[in-house]
Every structure is written in structure tokens, then in C-alpha cells.
Design a protein around this ligand. Sequence first.
Ligand SMILES: Cc1cc2nc3c(=O)[nH]c(=O)nc-3n(C[C@H](O)[C@H](O)[C@H](O)COP(=O)(O)OP(=O)(O)OC[C@H]3O[C@@H](n4cnc5c(N)ncnc54)[C@H](O)[C@@H]3O)c2cc1C
Length: 338
Amino acid sequence: MSATAKNSPTATSLEAAPALPAPAVVEAPSADSASGRPVHRYAPEAGVKMVDLLDGDTRRQINCLDHGFVALLDVMPRLVPAGHTADQAIVQAARVSYGAGTKKINEDRGLIRYLLRHRHTTPFEMVEFKFHVAMPIFIARQWIRHRTANVNEYSGRYSVMPDRFYRPTVEQVRKQSKSNRQGGGETFDLAADVNEKATAEAFVSFLEESEKLYEKYINLTEKGVSRELARIGLPVSLYTEWYWKIDLHNLLRFLSLRMDAHAQEEIQVFARAMFDLIRPMVPVTVEAFGDYEHGAVHLSKLEIEAMRSLVKGGSGELASDNKREQAEWQAKRAQLGL
Ligand SMILES: Cc1cc2nc3c(=O)[nH]c(=O)nc-3n(C[C@H](O)[C@H](O)[C@H](O)COP(=O)(O)OP(=O)(O)OC[C@H]3O[C@@H](n4cnc5c(N)ncnc54)[C@H](O)[C@@H]3O)c2cc1C
């Protein structure tokens, strides 16, 4: 018999394979055998009602921009004891480490807030979310940089790209920011300045023109050009779609970066939609994230020294000759009302 034939999984070879041993009957211990300490189990007492966090829904969707959306498809844990949320899985994971028994909900809240404040990350990785997202390709390029998610994207090699493009309205067109080379600043003054109005309108019609390439794309694919090549003539305002699965710890990092005012406005829209979708799933964590991360101001050593000088009646000057650092300190001072 040839090596190939020997290894091929034919019906005969499977039938001839030795039977697998019967699965062992495993009983969940109620106490740790070495220490005798009670084992903390996520499974509730018999008779406690389990509820579906998504209430039987297969998707919960928030529409974003003109044709985009974020849809929450699944959450782990999805079944939780009535009166609880997925925050419970964070508490459970942390208590495995700390070995404490069942605690009251207000103590759970304190624990979650402590964990987030002190950057104990792994308990937050016990919660996972699966999303379906449709966004323009230029946003997908920023999004994909977050490497800790699992992604499956629509294939423009396999299928024809759908005819959907992001086109902001004339009112939404932003000017290049003078202070931030990466960012867009204010919108054009349509009411008071005819030149500004004309520029914003010219930009929107430029996008409109680029969308006309779609017709050519379809035409050339119909004439036999491969989809994988034909698509390269389409603009990055075209929408793509993907499934995106991520744990809560890394999602919070994504949200912290992409809900921030320094992130591009369009990706902020998606990040805020995601935040709204997960809020009811992990309300305590979301609250703690707002208090200690998203709504917080982090200070460097130099900034603390400048603040000390302010409190003592000094100038509050930052001991740095870096312009950007100075500007950041001024922004933080304004945020702190100093
Ligand atoms: C406002 C803004 C502007 C930006 N501008 C630019 C830009 O001009 N050019 C540019 O290229 N990018 C830019 N980025 C992208 C940025 O540099 C990061 O790539 C992106 O935010 C993802 O961050 P992350 O690597 O922390 O996230 P993730 O990839 O989700 O990783 C999370 C953490 O996991 C760890 N990790 C993940 N993968 C690895 C790995 N393979 N090896 C080691 N550790 C790993 C790291 O500690 C990382 O911090 C910008 C991002 C923002 C928010």
C-alpha cells in the first residue's frame, strides 16, 4: 500500500481504528481537595433562573455614517443568573485568583472598579463580544491595526464589492487642523464665506465623481477582468464588512483610543456605537472605564510638578522645551479648570 493510500481517511480505515476510551464521568468537586476550601463556581445554585443577556436577539444594530453599522451578534457569557450581567464573569475570574467565596453585588462592583483602576487585565479578558461591522475602507485600515481581535472580512476577490460609498454632506466637510497635522478641524463656514462653501461643495462632488468608477468596475468584471484586480480602481470611501471578535480588555483599549477626540471623527462614530451596545452587557465595567480611563486625566511626573507649583501660587509652567508637551499640558490644565 502506498503511503498516500495508507494515510487516506477511508471508511475502512476509520472502521478499523481502535475504539476511543469511554469518557470519564467527571463530578464537579464542591471543595478543593488539597485545601478543603470551597470551590467558587460560576454555575448558580440549582433553581436559579438563567437569563439571556441578548434576550433571544440574534443581532443588535446601531447604524453609523451613511451606510455603515455596528451590530452586536454575541457575547460571552451570554447566559447569566437573573439579576446579573457579564460583569459576573470578571468577578468569577478574579475570585479564582483571590480565593474568596460568594460576595454581594456591591462588593462585586468594588472589585471590578479596583481591578480596572489597578490594571488587572486578565479578568476582563473572560468576557468576549462578536460584532458585525460595515465601514468605509479608510476606516477599516485604522481599525485593523488593533491586532488583538479576530477578524473575517468580506472578500473582494471572491465577491463583487457592493455599491456603497461614504460621502459626507457639505456641512460635514472638515478643514485641515492647524494645530494637529493628523487631524481635521472645524467645518467650512458655509453661511458666511462663499469661497469656503465652494470648496466644501467641490470636495463632495469630487467624491461623487470617484463613485462613478463603480460602473466601470462592474463593466470590466463582466468583460472578464478578475475581481481581485478590478477592485483596485475603486476609492477607499467604498464600504467593506467584517466580523470582529474581541475580549473586553482589548475592546476597552480600542474604545479608549478610538473614542478619544484625537481619533478620526468617522471611527469615533463606530467606537461610540460599540460602547453603547456593550453598556448593558457589562454596566459596572463601563462605569469604571468612564471613571478611570475615558473620563480621566493622566498626569506625567513633569505635569504633577507643574501642578504642585500652581497649588503653591507658582506659574504652573511645565519644565519641558517640547512644544507638543507644552500644548498637551495646557489642554489638561483647561480640562482640570486650572
Ligand atoms: C489617534 C491615533 C493616531 C494614529 N496614527 C498612526 C499613524 O500615523 N501611523 C500608524 O502606523 N499608526 C497610527 N496609529 C495606530 C497605532 O499606532 C496603533 O497601531 C493602534 O492604535 C493599535 O494599538 P495597539 O497596538 O495598542 O493595539 P492592539 O494591536 O490591539 O494591541 C494591544 C496591545 O497588545 C500588545 N500586542 C498586540 N500585538 C502584539 C505583538 N504582535 N507583539 C507585541 N505586543 C503586541 C501590545 O502591548 C499592544 O499595546 C494611530 C492610532 C491612533 C489611536
